[in-house]
Design a protein around this ligand. Structure first.
Ligand code: HEM
Length: 308
């Protein structure tokens, strides 16, 4: 029997490790409730998860009619437009879009940005510590650092960054339908802004991922104008919201666990290892996007029906 696990509840948010342990104890394929979507089947082992993720004939992000799992009829147009990204496409579109963004990243030598990222991180930390205690790590560091880095990576002009950060932070933290609807005007503003940046890159070139993406587009990459906007939007949100939560969740974990904190403070060359492990332990993304079952199938002894 599946326990009643509600991944939208405050209980789960307060102690996800305990919630996930209960899910795992219930079996490799269990039922749970997730935000926005409602009741779903979940896989709780590496083996079953891999089977679902790799079997793109049976498990797909879209239905025959193109409906995306998790997207609801009442969701506004701009929201729908932004969900038409590679996260919500099946093959062959996923590989087509992924190939284009991979090529863009290959040309941008992201690792070369490390010294610049360290400088931004150092400045933010100095300002935070100069304030004394108590200081707001989330607002003054964890939110700003990833957004600054992604702005730099995309090549957004320096003077635009403050307003851009305001929009981006307004568009995050949505967990209910009402919050989603309140976000609509901001999403429209962000969309128009990104369209203007793309137009600018098309006529004037420049540095950063947007300009690089435009170069790949001009070389004949199979991508539409709308897909370009949506791609940048995806990079922007996938690229900062996750990292924000990794930073704040990791620091929270270290403040709760003095021996772990001391282990790291003793030898900062352990930072890479710590990040790697915290990425698993405080996991900013708790589950993947949902998939539809395309035909009746048995998964570890559980019968899943077409349409589940
Ligand atoms: C702590 C940091 C991060 C975490 C935990 C994280 C987590 C994830 C996860 C779990 C997925 C798969 C989602 C799914 O299929 O359901 C994903 C996809 C993706 N992430 Fe991240 N991510 C992080 C940082 C970033 C950054 C910095 C960028 C870009 C600059 C980025 C861009 C993307 C993109 C483009 C995809 C879609 C890939 C595809 O569909 O092939 N992510 N991420």
């Amino acid at each position: 029997m599946t326990p009643d696990i509600d991944l939208t509840s405050q209980d789960f948010f307060r102690d996800p490790v305990a919630g996930l342990a209960r899910l795992r104890a219930a079996g490799p394929v269990v039922q749970a409730k997730i935000p926005m979507v409602g009741r779903v089947w979940m896989t709780t082992t590496q083996e079953t998860a891999a089977r679902v993720l790799k079997d793109s004939d049976v498990f797909t992000v879209r239905k025959d009619d193109g409906a995306v799992a998790g997207l609801r009829w009442w969701m506004p147009g701009v929201f729908r437009a932004f969900t038409q990204n590679m996260l919500s496409t099946d093959e062959p579109d996923h590989t087509r879009l992924r190939g284009i963004v991979d090529e863009t990243f290959r040309r941008r030598a992201v690792l070369d940005m490390a010294p610049r990222i360290r400088t931004i991180a150092g400045e933010l930390a100095d300002e935070l510590f100069a304030q004394g205690s108590p200081a707001d790590l989330v607002a003054r560091y964890a939110r700003i650092l990833p957004l600054s880095v992604i702005c730099e990576l995309l090549g957004l002009p320096l003077e635009d960054r403050p307003k851009f950060m305001t929009w981006a932070s307004r568009a995050t933290g949505t967990s209910t339908a009402l919050m989603l609807l309140r976000m609509v005007p901001t999403l429209g503003t962000i969309k128009r802004y990104l369209q203007r940046r793309l137009e600018h890159a098309r006529t004037a070139g420049g540095d950063g991922l947007i300009a690089e993406l435009v170069r790949v587009e001009k070389e004949g990459a199979p991508i539409s104008g709308e897909e370009m906007v949506v791609m940048i939007f995806l990079l922007l949100f996938a690229g900062h919201e996750t990292t924000t939560h990794l930073i704040s969740g990791s620091v929270f974990e270290l403040t709760k666990n003095a021996s772990l904190r001391d282990w790291l403070a003793e030898d900062w060359s352990r930072a890479d290892l710590a990040v790697e492990e915290l990425l698993r332990f405080v996991s900013p993304v708790q589950f993947s996007k949902p998939r539809f079952v395309r035909r009746d199938v048995e998964l570890n002894g559980i019968r899943l029906k077409r349409g589940d």
